[in-house]
Design a protein around this ligand. Sequence first.
Ligand SMILES: [Zn+2]
Length: 497
Amino acid sequence: MNINFKKSFFLIFISFLFLGCNEKNEPIKTPPLNQSTIIEKENVDLNKTKVKDLNQVEEKTKEALSYPPKTIQRSSSIATKSTIKNFDFNIIKKGFKDDNNTLLIVGGIQGDEPGGFMAASLIVTHYKITKGSVWVVPNLNFYSIIKRSRGPYGDMNRKFANLSKDDPEYETIQRIKNYINHDNVKLIVNLHDGSGYYRPKYIDKEHSPYKWGQCSIIDQEILKDHKYSNLFEISNSVVSHVNKSLIKKEHIYHLHNTRTSEGDKEMEKTLTYYAINKGKAAFGNEASKNLPTHQRTYYHLLALEKYMDTMGIEYERQFNLNDQVIKNILDNDIEISFYDNKIKLPLSKIRNIINYFPVKNDGSIDFVPSNPLMTIVKKNNEYSIYYGNRRLSRLKADYIDYEVENKDIDIKVDSVKRKVSFGSVITVKENFNIMPIDNYRVNVIGYTNKTKKETNITIHHSDMMKKFSIDKDGLIYRIEFYSKEKFAGMILVKFAG
Ligand SMILES: [Zn+2]
């Protein structure tokens, strides 16, 4: 599903700000999901990219950021208070460098609001900014995201007024404040999933002024002396835009002005109010926790596209914007590669537990995720792959030394000989046959025969023991290569279902 969509935009000017939702802790229940497929990797870390976007004639004097794709490199870590720095947020700068009309999108300030952080991550992985500049923080409170907790150390969206230097999140708050204060940042959108449905007048318990779902939030109507000074008008235009594409009438958006400066002590501590007071246009966007994650994500993306339009930022979206397509991307469009691509795992439909996964003897896994919300948390001998709130799989470690060298392997795939590198996934219709390699021992996981030899043998899907597949459908199997006692690399075979 890679339909290219091109959008153009409008210009409107105004300014403002926003706040976070007011809700208290609620346990999150995101069902574990599966995923797989190939995603376009993109991003992270800005300063290093200097790639010119050849498509952008009128922008050719500017440097494109984060396109073509960049990758995020991470290492597994235990997740405790003392290792919180290992879960620092990422900022992914997209579009063009040194553009002083930058949109800053913030997702994941509270770890139990996946609609917001999934939407931010899709801007990172599935949008190309063709004009202007967008900075995305998809995982501001990454630690709380993987802990599936609103805020293990208190509500991060109440830490923007005063904060003790002893607070475990102090550094994170300082970092995001620096981005908010950056001269190039002109408009900020903080994404939330709130409970129920906000309505200006009380209708019933789930539809009332006390609920936070499905609204666009401002702290005040006007922000003086700013390119985007009319916060009210901008927010209203976002509301109208979203309301043109509702999945269900109940999901209707409203503008919600929290009138923070008129005495809302709680809201004074939020990210958006901090931003407003620094002279930045800032808004909150809320989806509803009553909706499934992919529908929340849908509404956030609708709103974000309107903010981009408003700022004259142009983009190409690599999919059709509807909630079912989004569900498919969130569930399937993810993978992870390990140790400089000696191993790659598609994560769609991956089993909950993968046994005897080769982990370096020093106990750490270096990996490149296809999505910024993905990481690996170590606990004893188990390495859990997280994707936002979802724990996709637990890898049970088989500790082993790693061979440095990589060799290509000759494999006959459906009788055609191919050279295959480690970290590949090869698709097999009927059978495969691995050619012998000097000094390498081959182990096809889930295949045995009396000879103990696994090269020069034609292997069919029916020869495999299904319980050894890495996926729940029983289609994908591991071929592992060893040089003496060292692990050399892995190739996956995927039988066409
Ligand atoms: Zn929130």
